[in-house]
Design a protein around this ligand. Structure first.
Ligand code: MF3
Ligand code: CO
Length: 270
């Protein structure tokens, strides 16, 4: 069932999406070599609770975290753990917040310190493909237009698209219809309509598209153990351009400020 949101419901979606965006902005300040992913998870959980929200992943089908943690070859649904991030890692933090009965869903993959330029390019392309997909999300178009836009953008650049997981409708539930695959043909699938909210989330691999699901039933990694990237926004279909309900603005601000702090000691010595 696809739910078309009323104006009031759309306001609530905006609020939930703002909170999840600010949560990832908070997480961004702490992504550094030496920080455990459990620490990032605690920061996210406390921030959400302090702001009147609910960490929606925590306990969902038994999931043990507020954040899904995606280090290097982990594609999705990694558990927060005592693993301490290392220079050269990438870490995806996927978060869903419930606020006043509505859900906001967003994911960002961070570089930890200096990373391999090849992996940097994977991150850049995956993030760009998210916006390419969003741009195809127009009233009257089909889900397949989004899927096709993401797939062609990434495959043209030599990357591969994970098949097993996809984006989704979102609202009162974290996962609503329709499914939003990151691969497929233009013109197929459900028709997009003003008032729909969907989460678009390309999961893109440096190597082959194949993944393995761990015996715990959650954690997925690439079969070839090469890195995988993941970015996600929750958006609304309008009668014109799609409205991006989540934002990476808080993350960008946090990363820019972090860069300044690192430079500070050097300028002190001048
Ligand atoms: N962003 C993920 C998704 O869209 C979050 C779900 S993780 C879970 O499916 F733990 F809650 F399942
Ligand atoms: Co999602």
């Amino acid at each position: 069932m696809i739910y078309i949101k009323t104006d009031e419901e759309m306001e609530l979606m905006r609020a939930a999406c703002d909170l999840v965006s600010r949560t990832l902005g908070e997480v961004a300040r702490w992504v550094k070599p030496g920080v455990t992913t459990l620490r990032l998870d605690t920061i996210a959980r406390e921030f959400i609770l302090d702001n009147g929200g609910k960490p929606a992943c925590l306990g969902y089908g038994g999931f043990p975290g507020t954040l899904c943690i995606e280090v290097n070859e982990t594609v999705v649904h990694g558990f927060p753990s005592n693993y301490a991030l290392r220079e050269g890692d990438i870490v995806g933090t996927d978060c869903v917040v419930e606020l006043n009965g509505f859900h906001g869903d967003s994911c960002y993959t961070f570089p930890v310190g200096e990373i391999d330029p090849k992996v940097e390019a994977l991150l850049r392309t995956t993030k760009e493909s998210l916006y390419v997909g969003i741009d195809a999300a127009r009233d009257g178009a089909r889900i397949g237009n989004i899927s096709n836009a993401i797939q062609s953008y990434c495959e043209r650049r030599g990357y591969s698209v994970v098949r097993e997981m996809c984006g989704h409708g979102i609202g009162r539930s974290m996962h609503e219809d329709p499914e939003v695959p990151n691969y497929g043909r233009k013109g197929i699938g459900p028709r997009l309509e003003e008032g729909m909210c969907i989460a678009i989330e390309p999961m893109i691999n440096l190597g082959s598209k194949n993944i393995v699901i761990e015996r715990n039933g959650w954690e997925c990694h690439t079969r070839d153990r090469k890195p995988s990237a993941h970015y996600e926004h929750t958006i609304a279909i309008t009668d014109a351009e799609p409205e991006i309900l989540t934002t990476f603005r808080y993350i960008d601000e946090a990363l820019a400020a972090g860069g300044e702090e690192e430079k500070a000691p050097a300028s002190e010595g001048e």
